[in-house]
Design a protein around this ligand. Sequence first.
Ligand SMILES: Nc1ncnc2c1ncn2[C@@H]1O[C@H](COP(=O)(O)OP(=O)(O)OP(=O)(O)O)[C@@H](O)[C@H]1O
Length: 241
Amino acid sequence: MTTDLSPRPGGTPSSSAVPLLTASGVSRSFGPTPALLDASLTLYPGEIVAVMGPSGSGKSTLLHCLAGVVRPDEGRIEYDGTDLTTASDTELSALRRTEFGFLFQFGQLVPELSCLENVALPLRLDGESRRRAERTAAQWLDRLDVGDLAAKTPGECSGGEGQRVAVARALVTRPRVVFADEPTGALDSLNGERVIRLLTDAARESGAAVVVVTHEARVAAYADREVVVRDGRTRDLGGVG
Ligand SMILES: Nc1ncnc2c1ncn2[C@@H]1O[C@H](COP(=O)(O)OP(=O)(O)OP(=O)(O)O)[C@@H](O)[C@H]1O
């Protein structure tokens, strides 16, 4: 049997592979405000893509549409054969729970739970026994160099430590895609660099693809490819560096 930290089958990046997630012609407005206009993005299995662009250009809206959190007004988003624009709310929430992992700028850990319980939570929600979930969670905390924080609550951790716990929680279900929205935005440059390095290393090892929204070039440097969003429109800049 493979361990919980092993790569998922088919998780090696390859430009010749079939895309895992494809968005084409996606538009979305909030009232009179157009947030996305004819946006497109293709994500291959195991690939790390940075989404960059000025404030208010539509990066988070694109991420939310790709993750099935926001429904576009127009366009098509296909994840592994499922059209997210027509999927039911039940189908979308099952996808988000089993196939996707999420990482935000801050505030995503449950303050009342220990770090170990926070990381075990997605597995518990998926029906895993407490013992198994916490054993896997402990492996992930070790992987992210925060094994010694297992019994602490998020309030007892520094910002960088909390983000590393959050990375463990985003990866613990072995998702096929991790959506990260400014995961280093609240950290100093040293801690930010450590978090993005650990996130991308752990994602590559486990075969997860990553879509990371960032305004920091040094964070985007960890990606395989860069997509820029400007005034709601996407432009693929190809390989980074
Ligand atoms: N829920 C919402 N209700 C109303 N307007 C929204 C909503 N979400 C986004 N917008 C608007 O859509 C546009 C794009 O916002 P979005 O958050 O996607 O940009 P962003 O590039 O992620 O910005 P930032 O870098 O500042 O986080 C902005 O004009 C924003 O005000």
